[in-house]
Design a protein around this ligand. Structure first.
Ligand code: SF4
Length: 486
């Protein structure tokens, strides 16, 4: 029995491979291609691996939906297959549309519906239950445990047991009758417990655990019409941005200035009718990622935040921090809803940050983030905060300094803030690629490696969590060193 033990959780799902995303998607000279291939050492061996997908090789068709700014609904962020459009139908209708059913049926029998799935599966990026729900289940459980504790009520012993069994199956990603029964047992218990819980907060959390159990059950049973409508959702709400970051692909396509080009028109933000539709069946949602550009530019962001918080949905936001002033911070704090947030820094000094993140004021960014973290501490909110940096030749020397800055910004170690380093994105956009060629740096490069090793040492010294592409930074460096040596 794991009643007492089942409280903790991992915040970070398994990291995707770090050098697997480089495809030759545009014409380039042989020399440039060779350079690019050398940079992604090791990927060809992976690419030659067998491509026999098992039945149900991806959970996304049962758990996920991406709603684009033009209203099209897609299975995930790596696939442009269209289930339908919220311009013409409701989200629940689209979820069981012939196109969605056909896509699901294909994945269920282990056949790639299209080339995007083939590539995604080949790179090990297909959605797993662990990547979708591991940290979320931990957060929901913590919410239930905290609310019960605050009310002086003991945790339900049977729920603890069922949850431990269910969560273990989610983490293992193993399919089969045992996983199916674990979902059923967890679902039964959550339904029973919900009827008896009087503390709203605890009931909410248990209810959402039940939603996840049902979504997992839909996946394990390969249901063509999953009962839960897209429990993890992303909506591309805003295309424009108030910053002009030099590594933003949208800068080179003009999207962040004039809006996204689709069907011969430019769309700057999702309209109100569609953004309301993106939240349909809000009770089915467990997490919502404000995809696209600066979410705080959407006129409805406050109302949407309130709707999500009222239904216990975890809101994920990425921001450049300029609009997250004291009033905006107060709105997020008052929502009290579970959320997670990323602040893009891309450097540790005023000169570097302002040269990369054009239109961003370093002083205001630091001031806003400091205030935000202080408010998290004051409200005792357990919100994972990420301070991110995309590695470029221009900023690579500032990795350790960013760790030190994060240490300085957090009011105390109870605030869950970490640093995350990422590589530059690749893109078929020619104008962006000229920039990419100048600025690309891989972690195997001696300068990057030395800087990241210094950052890892600083992180250890200051007790700041540092990640590289979702993986512990020190582990990632060791793994990369071993790969190169091997
Ligand atoms: S295999 Fe990849 S591209 Fe296909 S649905 Fe799953 S996550 Fe999306």
């Amino acid at each position: 029995m794991q009643v007492a033990g089942y409280i903790g959780y991992d915040l970070d799902p398994a990291a995707p491979p770090d050098v697997d995303h480089i495809l030759l998607t545009r014409p380039m000279s042989v020399a440039a291609a060779v350079v690019r291939l050398l940079r992604c050492r090791g990927t060809w061996a992976d690419d030659r691996q067998a491509l026999d997908a098992s039945a149900g090789f991806c959970a996304a068709p049962w758990t996920e939906a991406v709603i684009r700014i033009d209203g099209n609904v897609l299975p995930c962020c790596r696939n442009h297959y269209v289930y339908g459009s919220i311009e013409r139908a409701t989200l629940p209708e689209i979820w069981v549309s012939p196109a969605a059913r056909s896509f699901r049926a294909s994945v269920a029998r282990g056949a790639f519906p299209n080339d995007a799935c083939t590539q995604c599966y080949r790179k090990g990026k297909a959605t797993t239950l662990a990547s979708a729900f591991d940290s979320l289940l931990g957060q929901l459980w913590e919410r239930y445990a905290r609310a019960s504790d605050a009310a002086g009520i003991a945790l339900d012993g049977e729920m603890c047991e069922r949850m431990a069994e269910f969560h273990a199956h989610v983490r293992s990603n193993v399919r089969g009758p045992a996983a199916l029964s674990a979902c059923r047992r967890a679902l039964e218990r959550t339904r029973l417990l919900e009827t008896s819980l009087t503390i709203v907060e605890a009931r909410f959390a248990v209810h959402k655990i039940g939603v996840i159990a049902q979504a997992c059950l839909d996946f394990h049973s390969a249901s063509p019409e999953p009962a839960i409508v897209a429990t993890t959702r992303q909506a591309n709400l805003v295309a424009i941005c108030n910053a002009r970051c030099v590594h933003c692909i949208g800068l080179y396509t003009g999207e962040i200035v004039r809006g996204e080009e689709t069907g011969g028109r430019r769309i700057k933000r999702m309209n109100d009718t569609q953004s309301a539709r993106a939240l349909e069946r809000a009770d089915d949602m467990t997490s919502f990622f404000m995809n696209g550009s600066e979410f705080l530019l959407h006129p409805q962001w406050r109302a949407m935040t309130a709707t999500l918080a009222a239904t216990g949905v975890r809101l994920s936001v990425s921001t450049n921090g300029m609009l997250l002033d004291q009033r905006a911070t107060a709105v997020l704090m008052q929502s009290g809803g579970p959320f997670e947030i990323n602040f893009s820094f891309d450097g540790a000094t005023k000169a570097t940050v302002e040269s990369i993140r054009v239109n961003v004021s370093y002083d205001r960014l630091v001031q806003n983030v400091r205030h935000f973290l202080q408010q998290l501490a004051a409200h005792r909110l357990n919100v994972p905060v990420c301070i991110s940096m995309v590695l470029m030749r221009t900023n690579v020397a500032e990795c350790a300094a960013l760790v030190a800055l994060v240490h300085d910004l957090r009011p105390d170690t109870r605030v869950d803030v970490h640093v995350s380093f990422e590589l530059l994105e690749t893109s078929p956009v020619e104008a962006y690629n000229r920039f990419f060629e100048q600025e690309w740096i891989d972690i195997a490069h001696p300068t990057a490696r030395a800087s990241l090793e210094a950052a890892a040492a600083e992180a250890r010294r200051l007790h700041v969590r540092a990640l590289y592409s979702g993986e512990d930074l020190a582990d990632a460096l060791a793994r990369r060193a071993a790969a190169i040596a091997g």
